[in-house]
Design a protein around this ligand. Structure first.
Ligand SMILES: CC/C=C\C/C=C\C/C=C\C/C=C\C/C=C\C/C=C\CCC(=O)SCCNC(=O)CCNC(=O)[C@H](O)C(C)(C)COP(=O)(O)OP(=O)(O)OC[C@H]1O[C@@H](n2cnc3c(N)ncnc32)[C@H](O)[C@@H]1OP(=O)(O)O
Ligand SMILES: CCCCCCCCCCCCCCCC(=O)OC[C@@H](O)COP(=O)(O)O
Length: 399
């Protein structure tokens, strides 16, 4: 055989074996036992971190800023596991569309991030960008109160000084303002995420919110719910001087993909596109009514941008994607290695004991833990979402 033909045959054989290895790996990622192990690592490491966070309580009294910094690092240990799952396990790609003048500011200043709320994993894509710009441990959000009770993540948020709301303004006003005031001397750069639509997009919620828009004489939106302005205005008012810009962000997935956390766990690869526009905070009116109108106008512009994306399949402007960093993966590997040994030891002891009762109890415990994680994943599922926004024209229509 001529040497060129040999080289081609060799390359083809190499490619075939690479493809079958990848196929095997794809099948491996879909196995329940893998998911069980990932969930075990997440739960046990998460509870260890929650416990360590609890241990930092006395430090708050002695050195508050140090306690906050320690808690940012501890929180990173949990949230970066989910980022590693997205980036390294599922191989999901995230492309950033933004202008080169704004790029150097990302991760170097405090900012309010406004994001559309259509996807079950939009928070996770947000976290990925936080990770790439080095603000994952300190990232904040105006979150619904129900999430504070989710083990691991919700408990971690308590120590991160996340702002919670009941989505009942009369009850929220005081606590939200107090929580925002506390962030004024935060020792780390942070991004404060606001889903101004207040709930995930569903056809029903969209129809109702457009009826509200009509009543208010506001233009109808095709791709967004009508934004709730109170949270945004109060955040701008109380973080003025602390935060320097608003990042108007719009997220989409290529080829009309509908990503889910279960899909990520099964190793399914998605491609996210994020468009970010940096708007200096000084450009936002101080007056509350004007600030609310500013937000409505922003959502009208966001809607036009979505229309362009749905027609062309991409956002306008250059892409400047920050590279994937190894730290999330290294943190995950650290916990895997740390927790693999006690698991093996436990299983060995279990089978050595030969006790049907102990084996049965362990199986029941594993089943209960996997149900627990399934419930946590359920928190991200839109069809299990709240009924907030399902009734129009009322001030308080929480689930
Ligand atoms: C370079 C890279 C850049 C970016 C990277 C991207 C992101 C990364 C950033 C950070 C990541 C950080 C963390 C992420 C991790 C996890 C996050 C996960 C989830 C948490 C998210 C949530 O929980 S969302 C739900 C909670 N949050 C919110 O609701 C926020 C928005 N809401 C508000 O601001 C509200 O105002 C409020 C909650 C403060 C109060 O709500 P309430 O309903 O009580 O009062 P409102 O006054 O707002 O509403 C009444 C007015 O609304 C009118 N109305 C009535 N019905 C409707 C309807 N169906 N639709 C619209 N409007 C309606 C009503 O008429 C009232 O009108 P008024 O004129 O009287 O005001
Ligand atoms: C490696 C990890 C594998 C294990 C996975 C465990 C997953 C736990 C994830 C819990 C994170 C919960 C965050 C959910 C955020 C969210 O999407 O909230 C929805 C709200 O905005 C709006 O709620 P709604 O009004 O119901 O639309």
């Amino acid at each position: 055989m001529p040497s060129n033909a040999k080289k081609v045959a060799f390359a083809e054989a190499g490619e075939r074996s690479w493809c079958s290895t990848m196929e095997l790996f794809r099948l491996f990622k879909m196995q329940f036992i893998c998911h069980l192990f990932i969930c075990y690592v997440f739960l046990v490491s998460g509870l260890i971190v929650n416990f360590l966070q609890l241990c930092t309580l006395p430090l708050w009294a002695i050195n508050k800023q140090l306690a906050r910094k320690v808690n940012c690092r501890l929180a990173y240990c949990i949230s970066s596991q989910m980022v590693a799952l997205l980036e390294w396990w599922s191989g999901t790609e995230c492309t950033l569309y933004t202008d080169p003048e704004s790029y150097p500011f990302y991760g170097k200043e405090n900012a309010i991030v406004i994001l559309n709320h259509n996807f079950e994993i939009d928070f996770l894509c947000g976290w990925t960008f936080c990770e790439r710009f080095g603000v994952l441990g300190s990232s904040k959000v105006l979150a619904k109160k129900e999430l504070a009770f989710v083990p691991v993540i919700g408990w971690m948020w308590y120590f991160l000084e996340i702002v919670f709301c009941k989505r009942k303004w009369e009850e929220d006003q005081k606590t939200v303002v107090q929580s925002l005031q506390r962030l004024k001397d935060y020792p780390e750069n942070f991004w404060f995420l606001l889903y101004c639509e207040g709930t995930r997009f569903t056809q029903k919620k969209h129809k109702i919110s457009m009826e509200v828009a009509e009543k208010k004489g506001l233009p109808k939106l095709k791709y967004h719910l009508l934004p709730r302005t109170k949270g945004f205005c109060v955040t701008v008012q109380h973080l003025r001087g602390t935060v320097t810009a608003v990042y108007d962000s719009t997220l989409n997935f290529r080829n009309n993909q509908i990503p889910t956390l279960l899909g990520i766990l099964n190793g399914k690869k998605y491609h996210a596109d994020l468009y970010v526009r940096r708007l200096p905070l000084d450009s936002i009116p101080e007056n509350e009514a004007e600030c609310a109108m500013w937000l409505h106008k922003l959502y009208q512009e966001k809607d036009e941008l979505q229309e362009k994306y749905s027609l062309t399949g991409c956002f306008p402007g250059p892409t400047l994607t920050p590279p994937c960093r190894p730290w999330a993966l290294l943190n995950w590997l650290f916990w895997i290695l740390l927790l693999l040994f006690p698991l093996c030891l436990l299983l060995l002891r279990l089978f050595q004991s030969g006790s049907t009762f102990i084996i049965f109890t362990t199986v029941v415990l594993c089943f209960a833990a996997s149900l627990g994680v399934r419930w946590m994943i359920g928190q991200t599922e839109i069809n299990k979402g709240s009924s907030y926004g399902n009734k129009g024209g009322q001030l308080n229509n929480n689930a």
